[in-house]
Design a protein around this ligand. Structure first.
Ligand SMILES: *Cc1c(COP(=O)(O)O)cnc(C)c1O
Length: 463
């Protein structure tokens, strides 16, 4: 399988190179040159397979020759062997039409583990081929950092430096990062805001010589392999509910458009997807894009579902590429106009091609109502992100199919919001029970480029 940039001019890469590359050199994002197709028999053949086995089958056409089939199966088994639920991603029925797909049984209690646990192993495997070392850097306001650290801790050939704003993330979020004591994990508390931390990361990628010298890389959701790993659970859930004979709809709490885009890919591959509901919080750029055709950035407002507090959704460009009939030059022009004006307009033809998507904007009050409904009707405590998905699913009109809401975080990860809505405080799962007794390791640095680059230069093995 070959990978093309959405902006049409970067080199064509194989799966291995696309996994290690991140952003394409023309500023675009890598996508497969064509969508692999699964026949109805192929999909029926997934029935009864374990999650890891399903992952190996669904990922095989994307991986191509980059891994032998047995090796891909082994890596999937290893990635998902550590999940705390035997089904990895269990389905829970709420009522006659609604299900939750629990994606939070990984080490850091959020769905990002599903993709990152596999990505960490792919990095290690691909780097071993050419005895290269890589330096992963990132800034986090909470969830992504802990999932990336859990995925890369102890992996050969990779050092990870994760910046967070000192004192501005929750104790649980901080401890999930700083209690990982592997020598290749470096936590940095920045004396500043999340925006300061993110600006430092951008500056390091742009600093002359620094990015090349330390082989900088990122594990954010623009990484194709991360998205590919998320396609798997759409197949896994749909087959359990009757696909390919019965179409299934999904409701997806959405921020960067990575998770719901993976559902779109599953549909392009032949999975009968009845509808994809893009559920946003008050940061509703995607809802406005699908409802009105205007994709226009606003100001980020903080909500109780912070992992969706995003105004510019990087993966939207991948959908735009398809809406442009896979024309890289047209996509580059549309993105250039967005960079200039902070808005772009979808044509009637583009909107017609995006008809698989529905959308909803869910505010804090409706989100809390959905939490109470899940507790009263089904005895389930759900987190704010999941509640936004569930509220959108329950409000969707005209869907004559089962609707699966992706449960993207464990309720214990957002205990205060859950307690405010339901009066119940979800306990931390047993495997995290001693989180507050564990030793922490973290450096504190001023928010200056030289302080951070000096720190990394003294510790990264890639130089
Ligand atoms: C990251 C995240 C999301 C949003 O996923 P995207 O792929 O960015 O759309 C939703 N819920 C939780 C809990 C997350 O951590």
């Amino acid at each position: 399988m070959h990978y093309l940039s959405t902006r049409g001019t970067a080199p064509v890469l194989d799966f291995r190179a696309a996994t290690l590359a991140g952003l394409a050199s023309d500023g675009g994002l890598y996508v497969p040159a064509q969508w692999p197709r699964f026949s109805a028999d192929d999909i029926a053949g997934l029935a009864g397979l374990s999650y890891a086995e399903t992952a190996a089958r669904v990922l095989a056409p994307f991986v191509g020759d980059a891994l032998a089939p047995a090796e891909l199966r082994q890596l999937c088994g290893q990635a998902y062997g550590g999940f705390a639920h035997a089904a990895v991603a269990p389905l829970v029925q709420l009522d006659a039409q609604h299900w939750l797909l629990e994606l939070f049984h990984g080490p850091t209690l959020a769905f990002k583990d599903v993709a990152l646990q596999l990505l960490g192993l792919l990095f290690e495997r691909f780097l071993a081929d050419d005895a290269r070392a890589l330096t992963v850097i990132g800034a986090t306001s909470g969830d992504t950092g802990s999932a990336a650290i859990a995925a890369l801790a102890g992996r050969a050939g990779v050092d990870i430096f994760m910046l967070h704003p000192r004192g501005r993330i929750s104790d649980v979020q901080r401890r999930q990062m700083t209690t990982v004591l592997s020598p290749n994990v470096h936590n940095i508390a920045i004396e500043g805001s999340f925006d300061d931390a993110q600006a430092l990361v951008k500056a390091m990628f742009a600093a002359p010589g620094f990015a090349d010298r330390f082989a900088l890389s990122a594990v954010n959701s623009i990484n194709w392999a991360r998205l590919a790993a998320q396609i798997v659970y759409y197949f896994y859930a749909a087959v359990r509910l009757g696909a390919p004979a019965r179409p299934i709809a999904f409701s997806v709490p959405t921020g960067n458009f990575g998770d719901v885009y993976a559902g779109y890919v599953a549909a392009q591959m032949g999975l009968p997807v009845a509808r994809l509901i893009v559920a946003t919080n008050e940061n509703d750029i995607l809802h406005r894009a699908f409802a009105t055709g205007h994709y226009a950035a606003g100001e980020v407002v903080p909500t109780q579902a912070p992992s969706m507090d995003i105004q510019v959704s990087s993966n939207f460009e991948r959908l735009l590429f398809d809406l442009n009939d896979r024309d890289g030059a047209a996509t580059a022009a549309q993105m250039a106009s967005f960079d200039r004006d902070r808005r772009l307009a979808l044509s009637p033809a583009q909107r017609a091609r995006a008809a698989l998507f529905a959308s909803a904007r869910i505010d804090g009050a409706v989100m809390a109502q959905a939490m109470r409904w899940a507790w009263d009707e089904a005895g389930m405590l759900i987190d704010p992100h999941t509640a936004i998905g569930l509220a959108a699913a329950r409000g969707a009109a005209g869907i004559d199919a089962p609707i699966v809401t992706l449960a993207t975080a464990h309720p214990a990860k957002f205990r205060d919001a859950v307690e405010r809505a339901t009066g119940r405080r979800p306990p931390l799962p047993a495997r995290l029970g001693d989180l507050f007794a564990r030793e922490e390791r973290c450096a504190t640095l001023p928010a200056t480029l030289s302080a951070v680059t000096d720190y990394i230069a003294a510790r990264a093995r890639a130089a």
